[in-house]
Design a protein around this ligand. Structure first.
Ligand code: PTT
Ligand code: SF4
Length: 612
């Protein structure tokens, strides 16, 4: 078998043991890697109903056949577990040298089980696995932890670590890596914290098995250069992801004031141009020639890396329009290891709930200094308010009552990304049916929606586009494991990816093979959901209620007076289910599962919730 090392490292923190396990070629071809491996392993190995923050939960770090291979943007890894935020499968994809080192150590995935009896650093060096004390950095932030590991092992190693938020099990704690990378929005950092696992360091020295190593080297390094040239020609990395902010503001798609408003006259103060003007350095993931990590000095003079989601949700969404203050909030999220997106949505929900009398408090939109303090409370679970904030917007809304759940900006418990879909039905659907909650990584169809169809339409073409993009973004890039930005941002052809895949595996796959695998993985995420929520209904696939509320319509601007239409949304959702072969609840039918080669999983799922 080429393209895979054929091995998984299983580590148990409770009894400090490790085991090198083999997987079959059939498993490799069916699940490929990354999200595919993670979803299958967690479905098979976790009992339904377990506490996500208990020792029974497992952390999976999974790579794919092209992860770590020198080719465009392959320095990524998937981190996954049962999510403490949403209660079912959750994952994230982050830039890290673990992608290369774990594969060079001889593994395509790592499974971490049990719970350590003291703060621990898991160190993997080829075949050697050590459980080292980490008290020295327990209670410290992610930057200091990273430096502590670099001082011991050198800067070239792969590192995953958590900050205080993960230690204190804030439900939207992320895993951090490199200078400015973070992943695992659904609380994967909290799962690490629950296991007293402060960090993982990986060093591998062996070659990754490839069917055509020489061919792949020539192809991959040539393509890396080409991607770098396209980046220079297009100038994409001048503003990087934050280039989209000005456009979102213009088309009334920016989250402002807990998504109550869709645009703001001061938005330009935090746009891509201002970010580029304030740039002090640029960072990137391994194997990347279009590095997108722009850093600035924050209000306190620290270096902070800003992406669009961070700016949108910690800036305009909180009505904060000072870039250096947004930088400070972002820095604190990175330091504590809190997801910037859920942090932004949780704080904006809190300010909104106070505004609407659902709770008492003195936090107001626009108050950056107070926001900084609240992030500290959340990360440390300090006091009653810190505990509430650490649990995220949905749980806060349930605690406050007074109908506030309608404006907790989340789907299935995961907070919405920085696109205000008050009147963008197709993207609202993309958030609604995103399998692990409202993440933009699954499908992003706003430009299609605005350029190639009408904003008013709830037609089947929008459902089809969501599925097409889910197969690419939440599918292929998450199981071959590489960054999707060369394709999205620079138009690097999708047909390049089967070429890389075939060169390393020796197989002969085309894009249709990729889409079939993507559909299988999506169906498995749905089975996780059904198993944990046997009473699932289609309401779980609805975006936040406030987007349907006419009293929340803009009073001026391009979408004045418009909101989503509930009945039409339901029709659009049905188009999606029909095209996917899902039932009225949004669960794959038996026929669909059989078509995807999931008959055994279908039989197992019958135990938990009836399939149609
Ligand atoms: C991702 C999510 C994103 S997506 C952003 S900004 W974005 C936020 N970044 C955070 C951060 O930073 N610090 C922090 N404390 N929390 C953060 N939460 C948010 O996390 C990310 C890039 C970006 S920047 C995007 S869109 C693309 N995402 C990819 C993806 O999901 N898959 C893939 N195959 N390729 C991708 N390429 C791009 O990677 P989550 P990263 Mg992250 C500091 O993981 O859980 O999916 O959440 O990975 O290495 O930082 O790069 O405008
Ligand atoms: Fe990482 Fe950005 Fe490069 Fe993608 S484009 S690999 S997220 S630096």
């Amino acid at each position: 078998m080429f393209g895979w090392t054929g091995h998984i490292l299983r580590v148990n923190l409770t009894d400090r043991t490790s085991k090198k396990e083999s997987f079959s070629e059939e498993f490799a071809k069916k699940w490929v890697g990354g999200r595919g491996f993670a979803v299958k392993i967690l479905y098979d190995e976790l009992k339904p109903g377990i506490d996500p923050l208990g020792p029974e939960n497992k952390l999976v770090v999974a790579l794919g056949p092209i992860a770590g291979i020198p080719a465009p943007n392959t320095g990524k890894a998937v981190v996954a577990a049962k999510s403490p935020l949403t209660g079912f499968y959750g994952d994230g994809n982050l830039g890290t040298r673990v992608s290369e080192h774990l594969r060079k150590a001889g593994y395509d995935a790592l499974i971490v089980e049990g719970k350590a009896d003291r703060p621990t650093l898991l160190a993997i060096e080829d075949d050697k696995v050590e459980f080292l004390p980490a008290e020295e950095v327990w209670g410290k932030g992610t930057y200091e932890t990273n430096d502590w590991i670099y001082a011991k092992y050198g800067k070239g190693v792969g590192v995953l670590n958590i900050g205080q938020a993960g230690e204190n099990m804030a439900l939207y704690a992320v895993v951090r890596s490199l200078e400015g990378r973070a992943g695992g929005r659904p609380g994967i950092g909290a799962v690490m914290g629950s296991k007293l696992l402060k960090a993982i360091v990986v060093k591998g020295t062996r070659p990754i098995p490839q069917a055509d190593a020489a061919g792949m080297k020539a192809l991959g390094s040539g393509d890396l250069k080409k991607v770098g040239q396209i980046d220079k020609q297009t100038g994409w990395s001048i503003q990087s992801t934050n280039g989209v902010l000005a456009w979102c503001n213009e088309v009334a798609g920016l989250p402002v004031r807990n998504f109550r408003k869709t645009h703001h006259p001061d938005a330009w103060k935090v746009d891509g141009e201002r970010l580029n003007n304030s740039r002090i350095a640029t960072y990137g993931c391994p194997n990347c020639t279009m590095r997108c990590g722009i850093t600035i000095h924050d209000r306190e003079g620290r270096e902070s890396e800003l992406d669009y989601e961070n700016v949108g949700l910690l800036g305009p969404n909180l009505e904060i329009f000072d870039l250096d203050q947004v930088g400070s909030l972002n820095y604190l999220c990175d330091e504590y290891g809190l997801d910037t997106m859920s942090a932004g949505c949780t704080l904006s929900f809190y300010a909104d709930a106070i505004d609407h009398g659902a709770t008492a408090g003195d936090f107001r939109f626009g108050d950056a200094e107070a926001a900084k303090k609240l992030l500290g409370l959340a990360a440390h679970r300090e006091g009653a308010l810190g505990n509430l904030l650490a649990d995220g917007s949905l749980r806060m809304a349930r605690a406050f009552g007074h109908g506030s759940e309608a404006y907790a900006m989340q789907v299935k418990g995961l907070d919405v990304a920085a696109y205000n879909c008050k009147f963008i039905p197709g993207q609202a659907l993309a958030f609604g049916v995103a399998p692990m909650g409202a993440h933009h990584k699954e499908a992003w169809i706003i430009t299609f929606e605005l350029k190639h169809t009408t904003r008013e339409s709830y037609g089947p073409e929008k459902a089809a586009k969501v599925i097409e993009l889910q197969r690419i973004r939440g599918g292929m890039f998450e199981f071959i494991v590489s960054c999707r930005f060369p394709w999205i941002e620079l138009g690097w052809g999708l047909d390049n990816y089967p070429k890389y895949f075939n060169a390393v595996t020796g197989l002969d796959w085309n894009l249709d093979d990729m889409w079939r695998t993507a559909d299988r993985i999506y169906a498995m995420i749905k089975l996780h959901y059904l198993r944990e929520f046997p009473d699932a209904t289609r309401k779980g696939d609805y975006p936040p209620a406030v987007w349907f509320d006419p009293s929340n319509a803009d009073t001026e601007g391009p979408i004045a007076g418009k909101v989503l239409d509930l009945e039409k949304y339901d029709g659009l959702l049905q188009h999606y289910y029909d095209q996917r072969g899902y039932d009225r609840r949004g669960i794959p039918t038996k026929t669909t599962l059989e078509r995807l080669g999931l008959s055994r999983e279908a039989a197992e799922a019958e135990k938990y919730g009836k399939l149609e």
